[in-house]
Design a protein around this ligand. Structure first.
Ligand code: GLY
Length: 381
């Protein structure tokens, strides 16, 4: 009988790991406290933007994003084929717009180092920018064009993965409730008890609980500094054609979706596990929308929502085994890039399940070691 794997958390990371594990021959169950994709994954704008999201330098996190971005089109094609679902992958390219003189230096610094990493990016002056994006404010000084960036429709990707998982034989359990306890190091294998479904035992457990991951510290010999950062986001009805590319400014971004909506995000609020949208948050997004696109001045968004990004203390995810307990694997804390990082995370988790510690590619995986925040004193707790 194949080894059993229990995935805790039914967001994009959990579903991607479940799908990878079932394809590698494991018996897979995935439990989600509420609905699949009901948290950050379902709220995301779905941007696949390794260059725009990493302006500072070619660190291991950038490399991880880049490696995931490279495999994304093939991975999406496979998910779509296995689910008969379109996830609306759009390769629009992106424009990082300099609205003020002070925006120029960070953008041009990015241009210098990212060119070496396949960004194929180029600087566009004001006239050329207006030719590409006629509705942008005439105040825009220019933009960095990154032709390889794009986006998916994140809620559809989650649904599509859930269908692919089900068809491949994964047992999906939604509305499992909160985790009441976790037991590791038992002869019968690790187990988790959830208040709506009781106790589940498996040979291995993969923890993909996003912003809620810090709560598992109670049962694991490790420090998990993951906390929620709320992203408020809104969308304008029938305005997708206002933009031809994904647009980033220093304060917000805009993504035109195939359903005709123009999505604008997102705040980064410290608000605990509160998922409400605030008047102030939406007002800030609409103000910036009006500044970048004069045609959106005085237009009210049709819809607004919020999700909780899982932020870690150093901004990088936790991907790897729990020190001293290789039967427990963490895949959490992807912060702003969970949608982009799902294929590479799933591959890494699949490799770990198979006992392979090296990942093809350029990434220094020690950077994402879940044990990196755990002091010796903490381990002796
Ligand atoms: N990746 C965009 C965001 O987190 O808002």
């Amino acid at each position: 009988v194949a080894e059993s794997v229990l995935i805790i958390g039914g967001g994009i990371i959990g579903l991607s790991c479940a799908w990878e594990a079932v394809k590698r021959g494991y018996r897979v169950t995935i439990v989600e406290k509420e609905a699949f994709g009901g948290q950050a994954s379902g709220a995301a704008a779905g941007m696949l933007a390794p260059f725009s999201e990493n302006p500072d330098g070619p660190d291991p996190f950038f490399q991880l994003c880049l490696d995931s971005h490279r495999v994304y089109p093939d991975w999406v094609r496979e998910v779509e084929e296995c689910s008969d679902f379109s996830v609306e992958l759009c390769s629009t390219g992106s424009l990082n717009v300099a609205l003020h003189e002070s925006d120029l230096l960070p953008i041009q610094t990015r241009l210098l180092w990212q060119r070496k990493y396949g960004a194929a990016c180029e600087w566009l002056g004001a006239a050329e920018l207006r030719r590409l994006e006629p509705r942008l404010s005439p105040q825009a000084k220019g933009a960095l064009y990154s032709p390889v960036e794009g986006h998916v429709y994140a809620p559809k990707l989650v649904q599509s993965l859930a269908v692919a998982c089900r068809r491949a034989g994964v047992k999906l359990i939604p509305y499992a409730g909160n985790i009441e306890r976790m037991d590791i190091g038992m002869a019968s294998g690790p187990s988790v008890s959830m208040n709506a479904i009781g106790r589940i035992t498996a040979d291995r457990i993969v923890i993909c609980t996003g912003a809620w991951s810090g709560m598992l510290e109670e049962w694991l010999p490790l420090s998990i500094p993951v906390h929620p950062i709320r992203g408020q986001i809104c969308s304008y009805a029938a305005r997708a054609n206002d933009v031809q590319h994904m647009i980033f400014s220093s304060q917000a971004y805009w993504v035109g979706k195939k359903d005709g909506s123009l999505v604008c995000g997102a705040s980064e609020d410290v608000a605990g596990f509160e998922r409400t949208v605030t008047e102030r948050g939406v007002e800030r997004l609409t103000r910036w929308s009006g500044r970048l696109f004069p045609s959106l001045q005085d237009v009210r968004p049709q819809r607004s929502w919020a999700g909780l990004r899982p932020a870690t203390r150093d901004g990088w995810p936790l991907i790897g085994p729990v020190p001293g307990s290789p039967e427990i694997i963490l895949a959490a804390g992807h912060y702003r890039n969970g949608i982009l990082l799902s294929p590479i995370t799933a591959t890494r988790v699949g490799d770990l399940l198979e006992g392979r510690t090296k990942l093809n590619g350029t990434v220094d995986l020690n950077a994402f070691d879940p044990g990196r925040f755990t002091s010796i004193a903490g381990q002796l707790r």
